[in-house]
Design a binder for this molecule. Structure first.
Ligand code: BGC
Length: 476
């Protein structure tokens, strides 16, 4: 960076200080995270919801049958038909993807359910052509925080990931979904409502018994793990067997909503303030894909508006002023620019934002992307370390999915470095040596995972274990 003028160099240093999370801070965040995970399981509760999911155990690999899965993620809607074959841990899948129109996310509830019903209807017509489907159990992956009294029930606690649809929060989403498909006459029966993280954990455990935690690092971020019912004080009144496993959807995006430990910057504060749910999802807003590009954009606008530094001086930056105009794939492209002179980044700024960049500005842009991407990966590792420490897992696999995990450059490796720092692992003896806790690409949670959870639910019904399926009064 020899040729970077002094004002920009000073800014780069300021940003490095702001966005760097050192090992001491990572450990502090992790320790507080463990306390908050415990609080979420307590009767009083805390910010992290720690939602019991009624998914009660890992698959054995011997599950069989045909299932439907519907995945309402942050960006796409996907419908799948999954056949769990009688070959151990093998499956066939057919699927269709539909883009979630942006307007739907802030539109009205009826439009949302109608759109979902339309997609299901299209899928059934394309792939089934009139064949009866009413016996196919459906796993609905609804990836938002929901309180579940039973596995086929879920009261939306609050929208996340920029969704803001009136009339759904505080209500059970299952009857809304069922009414829309009944209206269309689509012959489908919902068996289980699941979170993408639970699906990811279960799908990954289907093929890898070392899998203990499921994570999503995508538009939003979150994790699920398996708890013993005896360690969930808020379920004590149900008298469930103490050693019975229960998947917990942590909803860790809500970690530190009280702003006790996370090193928030002025930019994180603006992201929160201008979001549809200020005060919510403090952790998610610093690390999830929906927000990375926005944080980056806010810094650049701030630098341009600061007359003491000269960034995009004298240029019209109206395109850059538009909120959420850059998503995390833009940052990925900046970080992936292979050229010494950062010419691809220069082209990006000129084509997408009509901004001409100087070489020193490009150096600053690249460093900023690295800082934001690295902070996200390192903070994410705190959540994984907290669950592992809480559960006493010295070694395990963590199944991860989502656009940031799969596509953001260096995310995996940066996360692994942070885990090593937090958990004080000794240096590796050889490059080939596995880390004690590894975060690996997961199996398809909202497809195969949803199918498996539906299969596990039906198995429990058959065995007469109705906890989480029937009203507690009926199985005491
Ligand atoms: C949601 C979670 C979800 C995560 C990843 C968050 O915004 O609240 O339920 O698991 O995004 O999709």
């Amino acid at each position: 960076m020899a040729d970077v003028p002094k004002d920009l160099l000073q800014e780069i240093e300021r940003l490095e200080k702001l966005f760097t999370v050192d090992a001491t801070m990572l450990k502090k965040v992790t320790d507080h995270f463990i306390t908050e995970l415990d609080k979420g399981l307590s009767v009083e509760g805390g910010s992290i919801p720690m939602n019991p999911t009624w998914c009660m155990g890992f698959p054995t690999g011997d599950e069989t049958g045909t299932f439907l899965a519907l995945d309402m993620g942050g960006t796409n809607l996907r419908v799948c038909e999954i056949i769990l074959t009688d070959q151990k841990s093998e499956f066939d899948i057919i699927q269709s993807k539909y883009r979630m129109p942006e307007e739907l996310k802030t539109g009205d509830a009826d439009e949302l359910w109608e759109y979902i019903a339309d997609c299901l209807q299209q899928f059934v017509e394309t792939h089934h052509d009139g064949k009866e489907l009413d016996k196919l159990p459906l796993g609905f992956t609804f990836s938002y925080p929901a309180t579940q009294d039973y596995i086929d029930h879920g009261v939306l606690q609050r929208w996340t990931k920029g969704f803001d649809i009136a009339g759904v929060e505080g209500k059970n989403v299952v009857p809304m979904f069922e009414a829309a498909i009944a209206k269309r006459g689509v012959p489908i029966k919902l068996t289980a409502l699941i979170n993408d993280t639970t699906g990811t954990m279960i799908a990954s455990a289907y093929t890898d018994p070392k899998m203990k935690i499921g994570c999503i690092f995508g538009t939003g971020c979150n994790a699920a793990y398996m708890e013993d019912c005896g360690s969930i004080p808020k379920l004590a009144h149900m008298n469930l067997p103490k050693d019975m496993p229960m998947a917990i959807n942590c909803e860790w995006g809500a970690f530190d909503n009280e702003h006790k430990v996370l090193p928030r910057t002025q930019y994180d504060i603006i992201v929160d303030k201008d979001s549809p749910r200020p005060g919510q999802q403090a952790f998610e807003k610093m690390i999830a894909g929906l927000y990375l590009g926005e944080i980056f954009r806010l810094v650049l606008v701030d630098l341009h508006d600061n007359k003491e530094v000269h960034v995009f001086e004298g240029q019209n930056i109206d395109k850059l002023r538009k909120a959420y105009t850059l998503d995390s794939s833009f940052l990925s492209l900046v970080e992936e620019d292979p050229f010494e002179n950062l010419s691809e980044t220069g082209d990006l700024f000129s084509n997408r934002l009509s901004i001409t960049t100087t070489r020193p500005e490009l150096e600053l842009i690249r460093r900023l992307a690295e800082l934001i991407g690295t902070r996200a990966a390192r903070l994410s590792a705190c959540g994984v370390a907290a669950i592992a420490k809480k559960k006493g897992y010295k070694t395990c696999h963590v199944g991860a999915d989502g656009s940031v995990f799969n596509k953001y450059p260096h995310f995996k490796q940066r996360g692994a470095v942070a885990l090593r720092e937090i958990l004080d692992w000794p240096a590796k003896k050889s490059a080939k040596e596995e880390d004690p806790i590894e975060i690996l690409a997961a199996e398809d949670g909202s497809g195969v995972g949803a199918a498996l959870i539906a299969a596990l639910t039906l198995k429990r019904v058959k065995e007469g274990n109705m906890a989480g399926i029937l009203h507690p009064e009926n199985y005491k």
